[in-house]
Structure formats: structure tokens, C-alpha cells
Design a protein around this ligand. Structure first.
Ligand SMILES: [Zn+2]
Length: 122
């Protein structure tokens, strides 16, 4: 993999209860243990891919997510087609895209920061 995990541990007051990716809706839905439900546009998740390549270098990794990142348009269709997702340890999911890209590890923390529903409330 070649990815360092964060040193130390962050106690999260939330974690996903259920993660559902719907190809027909183009949405990834996460239901959290604290009752919040977030709908992420799948193409937007690619735009917000947290990997070093997509963020423009290792020094830009670990930046907080912003719901606005989900709205960055992506022209290459294959880049925005989700093939599958896998849980990584107990802290993240990894998304595999049709163009072969799969470096992005989306931590629960990062997904919460991206959640469009949180923005609408504030
Ligand atoms: Zn990426």
C-alpha cells in the first residue's frame, strides 16, 4: 500500500452504521451511529479523493474535507464510476474506481467533514 496510518488514535463519537452505494441514484449513503444520514454524490467522492495524487502531493494529505469538494466537476466518466468499496480497518473505506484509481482512503472523520447534510444545517 505504501500509506502511513496516522500515529496515535482519535476517539470518534460516531462511526458508520450502514454504508450503501447506489449506482442508479449515483449516491453513497452513510448512516451514522449518532443518527445522522449523509448522501454523497459518488462522482463528488472521486473529486474529493484524499490520496496524495489527487490532492497534489503528500504535503497536502490529511487536510480536512469540505462539502464543496463534492461539487468539483470531473470530466472523465470512468473516473467517477465506482466499482466497489472495501472497509479499511475500523476507521475508513477505500473506494475503487473504474479507471483503476483506488488510492483514496476515506476515513470516518473525513467523510463526516464532507457530509453535505452537515453544511445545510449550519
Ligand atoms: Zn486519488
Amino acid at each position: 500500500m505504501g500509506y502511513d496510518h496516522p500515529l496515535g488514535e482519535i476517539a470518534l463519537s460516531f462511526r458508520p452504521k450502514r454504508i450503501v452505494a447506489s449506482r442508479s441514484k449515483g449516491l453513497l449513503t452513510i448512516e451514522w451511529t449518532d443518527g445522522l444520514s449523509c448522501d454523497y454524490p459518488i462522482s463528488g467522492l472521486r473529486a474529493a479523493c484524499p490520496c496524495a495524487e489527487c490532492r497534489g502531493g503528500h504535503e497536502n494529505m490529511g487536510q480536512p474535507g469540505l462539502p464543496e469538494m463534492l461539487e468539483i466537476p470531473i470530466i472523465n466518466k470512468a473516473s467517477t464510476e465506482l466499482v466497489r468499496l472495501e472497509q479499511v480497518g475500523n476507521y475508513a473505506i477505500q473506494l475503487f474506481w473504474k479507471d483503476g484509481h483506488s488510492y483514496g482512503i476515506y476515513s470516518w472523520q473525513y467523510l463526516r467533514e464532507l457530509c453535505p447534510e452537515i453544511r445545510e444545517e449550519s
